[in-house]
Design a binder for this molecule. Structure first.
Ligand code: GCV
Length: 683
């Protein structure tokens, strides 16, 4: 028996080939030579479906049948025709046939093909969008996987093969839209020169069903058009935008529309002219309406003067509910602050009922260890989407308040800030690919569980050997809790280093700086305790939630402990449900986070025989960085908060390996993730 398993392992190692992660989850084996036909006049999209299946489908003959169906334009059915020993993919559009083809291949890759297939699928959201924070100079804001995929300098003449690979990867998971440029938008994107480049990308993406959107700078009529202002109520401004829209649609007839970050973090907007978000969004909506375009208007707004940043989006947008045009959708970050490893959901979900609202997730790991830390984000996405807002009875999950079903909206959308870049493995960390994948799969169907998604991703990206699948799945599924434990347990938040947000800096304080950009504004540690009081006795942010959430969050006894310090300023000796004091629980949580990452290392090292050497080593190295970072977080936070609590770190916990003053001297000058890696290694 022993000899047999040894042989099997040797054989497996032999079969594994050298590789670089560039194939993502699309690792079909070629030369299948299946018999694939279509009842439809070939289009580029149908040709792709035919070609993918002909090369890679190893089962019964497949007919792609286009006909009117009850499903939506993008929905498809896969049915076995037992009599003829064949299969049919039925859909009413070409793109839906392609989605069906990718689904069939996914079933094959994950061992789910049965004799009697009868599957009907239809996506939950109409627009399933990646937001690229890519700048025109090739850098990416909060990007940790190299440079931008878009080689603006070389476009429109030189075409990178990655453009089509990108479109294919997105189509394979049902992502159907992409915003190419940073929300901190350079007006230049709207010049004829750049629009010609955008057109080339749109043409490549189109057969894969990927619609192109652009982020626009609200001041463009002034900075680009030479007008004296960009006031949305100035007819000359509206005229400028109309002409611009005409120019765009002449090049890209199926252009999706605009994404706008206005009057936020220094970006211009309608408020510069005494106008409102409604004035700004509706002006652009009117411009896009004749072409079928939409405006995604972001609610990420906060002013330095506020008593509680977490309340601001709600305060600013709720009065406008119902006042936006029907082709405007409000894009809201999943939590009220900013993509922290854990946040309660934004109170705007469920509250804005007359205007469509969409969730914005961050797939790139700005606050989660960049592309150095292995964090599977599907549980974070799932937690948000499945949170009940109680807006309309018991089943008003964030998913249902945003998919158009609960409030009967015509448009629905979901966005994820992309983690892709020029790195050969696309995302910097091989496991970060799972976050792109999970976003797409949940956008298609938020009823999938994180476990199911991890299962299918591992089988497609690595292998389906039980000895590999089960431990790695376990690792992925616990990775999000681990990062919460070693970065911000019990609802602590925004205690990240200033600016780059890599590593801890809970002490960071400058009296003359915007206080809401500094950690003490959020943790409020003092000799009594720690945490932000958002209950009735504090900022009363809890009042923005529907009952019973407002009561639950507002009452220290009932508040879920994962949000305790988010909603309450809690005494160091406050007793938690497990009988520990707050201080002790903080210590054990940080310690647990470190232990979890050390366990991830142990699990991964055991996987060496099941994975190619390249990916094994890259992940191993990154886990080493993550383990060191986790200890850094633990020591920095515990030693710093201890200076307030004046309590001992429980003696059964591993002792700090750093001194606080040493840690306080660390200043990472991170312009990109390579620096972060180097500097953390050299620390
Ligand atoms: C694109 C946070 C990030 C910024 C980002 C901003 C936003 O503040 O740190 O880099 O800017 O969110 O979402 O607009």
């Amino acid at each position: 028996m022993k000899t047999y398993s040894l042989l099997a392992i040797i054989l497996l190692c032999f079969c594994l080939h050298a590789e670089d992660g560039s194939q993502l989850w699309l690792r079909y084996e070629g030369n299948a030579n299946a018999q694939i036909t279509a009842n439809v006049k070939n289009s580029k999209t149908v040709d792709i479906a035919l070609s993918e299946l002909t090369q890679y489908w190893k089962g019964a003959p497949v007919l792609l049948e286009k006909k009117r169906t009850k499903t939506t334009d993008e929905g498809f059915t896969i049915v076995s025709d037992k009599k003829n020993n064949s299969l049919k993919i039925v859909a009413s559009t070409d793109i839906a046939l392609l989605y069906g083809a990718y689904h069939l291949l996914r079933l094959q890759q994950t061992g789910q093909v049965t004799e009697n297939l009868n599957i009907s699928q239809t996506p939950k959201y109409q627009y399933r969008i990646l937001n690229h924070w890519d700048n025109l100079d090739g850098s990416i804001e909060r990007g940790y996987a190299g440079r931008s995929l878009w080689e603006w300098e070389k476009l429109p003449n030189e075409i990178s093969p990655r453009y089509e690979q990108y479109a294919r990867a997105n189509a394979s998971i049902g992502i159907n839209a992409t915003v190419l440029n940073n929300v901190n938008a350079n007006p230049k994107i709207l010049t004829q020169e750049y629009l010609q480049k955008v057109k080339v990308l749109a043409d490549i993406f189109r057969p894969y069903g990927l619609k192109v959107f652009l982020s626009v700078n609200f001041a463009s009529p002034k900075t680009l058009g030479g007008l004296p202002d960009a006031d949305p109520l100035n007819p000359e401004v509206a005229k400028w935008w109309k002409a611009k829209a005409k120019e765009i649609y002449a090049l890209i007839p199926d252009f999706g529309g605009f994404l706008v970050k206005a009057n936020s973090e220094g970006q211009s907007g309608p408020q510069d002219y005494g106008r409102s978000h409604v004035d700004g969004a509706n002006m652009l909506a009117d411009v896009l309406k004749p072409f079928g375009g939409i405006v995604m208007w972001r609610a990420f707004v906060y002013a330095p003067s506020s008593d509680d940043r977490a309340k601001q989006a709600y305060l600013e947008f709720m009065p406008f509910d119902g006042k936006f045009r029907d082709n405007v959708i409000i894009q809201v970050k999943n939590g009220p602050i900013d993509f922290q490893p854990r946040e309660p959901v934004s109170a705007l979900f469920g509250a804005m009922q007359k205007t469509p609202v969409m969730v914005e997730f961050q797939i790139t790991q700005e606050y989660l260890g960049f592309s150095n830390h292995l964090v599977y984000l599907s549980p974070l996405f799932e937690e948000c989407l499945q949170t009940d807002t109680y807006a309309k009875g018991q089943t008003s999950t964030v998913a249902k308040t945003t998919d158009g079903s609960l409030f009967g909206h015509r448009i629905s959308a979901i966005a994820g800030v992309a983690n892709t870049g020029s790195d050969v493995n696309w995302c910097g960390h091989d496991f970060a690919q799972a976050n792109w994948y999970a976003f797409g799969r949940l956008a298609w169907n938020y009823e999938l569980t994180s476990e199911q998604i991890a299962d299918e991703w591992i089988k497609q990206t690595f292998n389906d050997k039980k000895e590999f699948l089960e431990p790695v799945k376990g690792l992925m599924l616990s990775s999000r809790e681990a990062v919460v434990d070693y970065m911000m347990p019990l609802g602590l938040h925004h205690i990240f280093a200033m600016g780059h947000h890599y590593g801890p800096e809970p002490w960071c304080y400058f009296p003359n700086m915007r206080q809401d950009w500094l950690p003490p504004y959020y943790h409020k540690a003092d000799s009594e305790g720690v945490g932000f009081d958002r209950s009735k006795t504090g900022s009363n942010a809890v009042a923005q939630y529907f009952p019973p959430l407002n009561e639950k969050y507002g009452n220290i006894e009932q508040c879920p402990e994962e949000f305790l310090l988010w909603f309450h300023h809690v005494a160091w000796d406050y007793k938690l449900k497990n009988g520990r004091t707050l201080w002790d629980e903080l210590c054990y949580s940080y310690d647990n986070g470190v232990k979890e990452v050390r366990d991830f290392q142990k699990i991964w090292d055991r996987m060496e025989n099941y994975v190619d050497a390249e990916r094994f080593e890259l992940v191993q190295t990154k886990l080493q960085i993550q383990a060191r970072d986790a200890m850094w977080w633990k020591d920095a936070c515990l030693l710093y908060f201890q200076s307030f609590s004046q309590l001992p770190i429980p003696y059964d916990i591993e002792r700090p390996v750093h001194k606080l003053d040493q840690l306080q001297k660390i200043k990472l000058s991170i312009s990109n993730h390579e620096n972060a890696i180097l500097e953390t290694i050299n620390r």
